[in-house]
Design a protein. Sequence first.
Length: 157
Amino acid sequence: MIPSTVDRVPEHTAEHVNARICRGIEDQIARYADAGPGAIGRRLEELDREWDIERTLEANAATVALVGLGLGALVDRRFFLLPAAVAGFLLQHAIQGWCPPVPVFRRLGFRTASEIDEERYALKVLRGDFQEVGEAGRGRGRGDRASVERVLHAVRR
């Protein structure tokens, strides 16, 4: 069975690595719990710049494929097998969530977009971003344009 997009990388990551990443998120939330809105805002900006595992794998695969193409054209045609292998592993990763660099990158601390978002939204809750939404998410009128805009503003900022 093909795992969900959210679960596919953690399902193929060693449990102790997943636990370390989870503890890291918890530690960051604890660190910023009393830090104030300014510090939380700076951390949110850092999270916006953080490379997730997918971006890291894409950059790695593109680099290896380009090196293989260059070596195949300039050194030996057998190097053309390298981009083919990279493409196969990328397909495997897209379907299953695993390819050879994943365990290495996860041990280095690269997180999934969902793991980054978990920290992001916890910090936004601490900062009070969702308090302004008020009744927009409950009861009557939640589908009116003003309510929708308040909800989206709280999520996007």
